[in-house]
Design a protein around this ligand. Structure first.
Ligand SMILES: [Zn+2]
Length: 137
């Protein structure tokens, strides 16, 4: 049995600050998240829990979300138009997936988590194919 098999997949819950946007995400315990140094992740304090779309369920707030895009426009930065918090978005590295901000998970979820640094300032060099070819474990 390797380390990957020992990780158990459990549901986590989170959302925006005002509570209109709420979601459930299935992810391993303990969590492994990505801390990216690109302009937008740094500014927003995003800690990326990146999952395939089928492990993410938006429970409420679809109509409260608004979108911001820049550069290639691939990433869809979704934030609550009431409280301004980006609790999840569609990342450029995984345009068919979701990057949840682990900081927006309910209390306790991030007590024990592994943070992996990603050099998003040199995005093209890290993803020469234009996207990631797999999801993190
Ligand atoms: Zn909100």
């Amino acid at each position: 049995m390797n380390a990957r098999d020992e990780k158990q997949m459990i549901p986590y819950y989170g959302g925006c600050h005002c509570g209109r946007v709420r979601f459930e995400v299935l992810a391993p315990s303990p969590l492994s998240v990505s801390e990216c140094n690109c302009s937008v992740c740094t500014a927003s304090g995003h800690l990326g829990l990146i999952v395939p779309k089928n492990r993410f369920t938006l429970q409420s707030g679809q109509d409260d979300l608004t979108e911001y895009t820049f550069n290639t426009g691939t990433a869809k930065h979704l934030f609550c138009k009431h409280c301004g918090i980006k609790s999840f978005y569609v990342p450029r590295s995984h345009p068919d997936g979701i990057s949840v901000n682990a900081r927006c998970l309910d209390a306790g979820a991030t007590d024990d988590m592994e943070i992996i640094r990603f050099d998003g300032q040199h995005w093209e060099e890290n993803y020469p194919e234009g996207r990631a070819d797999a999801y993190p474990d």
